[in-house]
Design a protein around this ligand. Structure first.
Ligand code: GDP
Length: 180
């Protein structure tokens, strides 16, 4: 899972894992500064715990584009993320989170360009769907997907507040965890 700070990444990971405190939901944007790995429990399993090494799991990548971190950390981001994204063989899918209410930012589009250029498998997830009025959702779906150069059906829309789209995304993540 990757996306700019405050896009709703931690909330979504917690939701997918049905756990509150797994990924840190921050009041301060930009708190996820390391690569965090989680396994997702199968139905009926004990809740998941953060793991240092996982074979099949969900990865919370640092939010990009947040300025208020130390220079050292900031300069460490792109290299760390880039080498992870380029070299990790087991990375079967990258979910790029964009804010459904505001649409993809310049940095989101740069991320998508980069992934396309390097032919890394990815999907777009639009977060905070509850912030878009239901009557506006079809138009918003069209606009956001078009801005990402995708078809509307190729973008997952989710809300951790209303649960919209969460089951569908969870199924997709599970399928990837099982089949790679
Ligand atoms: P991160 O920095 O990308 O990990 O983002 P967080 O998960 O910490 O969320 C950033 C803010 O957006 C928090 O205040 C969340 O409560 C809020 N948020 C996250 N997902 C949703 C959502 O689906 N709907 C609404 N309305 N707010 C959300």
């Amino acid at each position: 899972m990757v996306g700019r700070s405050n896009v709703g990444k931690s909330s979504l990971i917690n939701k997918l894992a049905s756990r509150k405190g797994l990924a840190q939901v921050s009041k301060t944007p930009g708190r996820t500064r390391v690569i965090n790995l989680f396994s997702l429990a199968k139905p009926g399993d004990e809740p998941v715990t953060p793991m240092s090494i996982v074979e099949h799991g969900v990865v919370d990548l640092p939010g990009y584009g947040y300025a208020a971190v130390s220079k050292k950390e900031k300069s460490g981001w792109p290299a760390m993320i880039e080498s992870y994204l380029m070299k990790r063989e087991s990375l079967s899918m990258l979910f790029v989170l964009v804010d459904g209410e505001i649409g993809p930012t310049k940095l989101d589009l740069q991320m998508l360009d980069w992934l396309r250029h390097h032919e890394r498998p990815h999907m777009v997830v639009a977060t905070k769907a509850d912030k878009v009025r239901p009557s506006k959702l079809p138009g918003r779906r069209r606009d956001v997907s078009r801005a990402c150069y995708l078809d509307p059906d190729d973008v997952f829309w989710v809300s951790v507040t209303s649960d919209l789209g969460v089951d569908a995304l969870r199924r997709a993540v599970r399928a990837l965890l099982i089949h790679g």
